[in-house]
Design a binder for this molecule. Structure first.
Ligand SMILES: NC(=O)c1ccc[n+]([C@@H]2O[C@H](COP(=O)([O-])OP(=O)(O)OC[C@H]3O[C@@H](n4cnc5c(N)ncnc54)[C@H](O)[C@@H]3O)[C@@H](O)[C@H]2O)c1
Length: 299
């Protein structure tokens, strides 16, 4: 489905990104595979051999792949990736933001520099890659596809890691706006929230609940890849601004924030009348604070 397409995949040395890059190449795309090779918390460089393994697997299977080891968070790195893809393969048709970092620090212990590192890599990095790709689509006079790996930690919320949650929720807001802004140009933008036991869960704290890590073990890192393939293909050109969650063979399309109940008053509200009349009615529309396992068992 991707014959003749050129696709940039960041984080292609990691568990999910490697599977994505391999599937795209198997579907006929030429792949520019990027990975900085940091540890799971975004520290260090060249610490995993995943990128070279991904490229080798693609080439051994007869596919086309070039590698790049820039950091998505560094100024100029995204433009260099796109330039590299164009130099090697002549054009760019899609960019897939898989690169990401993860940590479990809670609010009381989170330093400002840690907060900024997560926003820099997960959110700013995804924006810079998207922007560089959009500039290339525009120069080509073509449409294009953007796919961003968000997380239910940000969409639904989780009881730790506000830095990670904020960066991933930010990707969803960014994607929705890119979809609106670029609709008329045939450039689409969608998010995927995956579930997979990867190195991201190596240091899962006890507080996440008994069996939380075991519950993830059944989810395969290669499960989201076919949806990425579809979204980058010409078959998916009418799909934009959406958020999907992939749990093995289940693909969920997610709701997005909309008003669910509204309190009106002809003479305005006071704190007292809100307490007396508005809130008892609005409360029927509240979303409870609950674990992800409750939400995904209510399909
Ligand atoms: N595994 C899950 O259950 C899960 C759930 C929700 C979201 N996600 C998201 O899916 C994506 C892939 O996660 P994964 O589980 O495969 O983890 P992973 O750690 O195996 O892969 C992430 C990759 O991103 C790379 N990376 C980190 N910083 C980078 C940078 N600055 N520039 C370029 N590359 C960089 C890492 O080197 C790593 O190879 C991440 O964005 C993650 O937040 C994963």
């Amino acid at each position: 489905m991707l014959q003749g397409k050129v696709i940039l995949v960041t984080g292609a040395g990691g568990a999910i990104g490697s599977a994505v890059a391999k599937l795209l190449a198997a579907q006929g795309a030429a792949v520019l595979a990027n990975d900085y090779g940091s540890n799971v918390e975004g520290i260090g460089k060249g610490q995993n051999a995943g990128l070279e393994e991904t490229a080798k697997a693609i080439r051994d299977a007869g596919g086309r792949c070039e590698v790049d080891m820039g950091s998505v968070a560094e100024s100029g790195a995204a433009a260099a990736m796109v330039a590299r893809a164009v130099q090697a393969f002549g054009r760019l048709d899609a960019a897939v933001n898989v690169a990401g970092i993860m940590g479990y620090t809670g609010t009381r212990d989170l330093s400002e520099s840690e907060w900024r590192r997560y926003i820099d890599v997960n959110l700013t990095g995804a924006f810079l890659v998207s922007q560089a790709a959009v500039l290339q689509f525009t120069a080509q006079g073509s449409g294009g596809a953007l796919v961003h790996f968000t997380s239910n930690a940000g969409l639904v919320g989780s009881f730790s890691y506000p830095h990670y949650a904020a960066s991933k929720a930010g990707m969803a807001g960014m994607s929705r706006t890119l979809a609106s802004e670029l609709l008329k140009d045939g450039i689409r933008s969608n998010c995927i929230a995956p579930f997979a036991l990867t190195r991201m869960h190596d240091h899962m704290p006890q507080g996440m609940g008994p069996g939380a890590r075991d519950a993830l073990a059944e989810y395969r890192a290669d499960a989201p890849a076919p949806l990425v393939g579809y979204l980058c293909s010409d078959a998916g050109t009418h799909v934009t601004g959406q958020i999907f969650t992939v749990m093995n063979d289940a693909i969920h399309v997610m709701s997005q924030p909309r008003p669910v109940r509204t309190a009106y008053s002809t003479d305005g509200w006071t704190a007292e009348t809100i307490a007396e009349r508005a809130m008892p009615m609005l409360a029927g529309g509240f979303s409870p604070i609950e674990p992800l396992s409750n939400i995904f068992s209510r399909k």
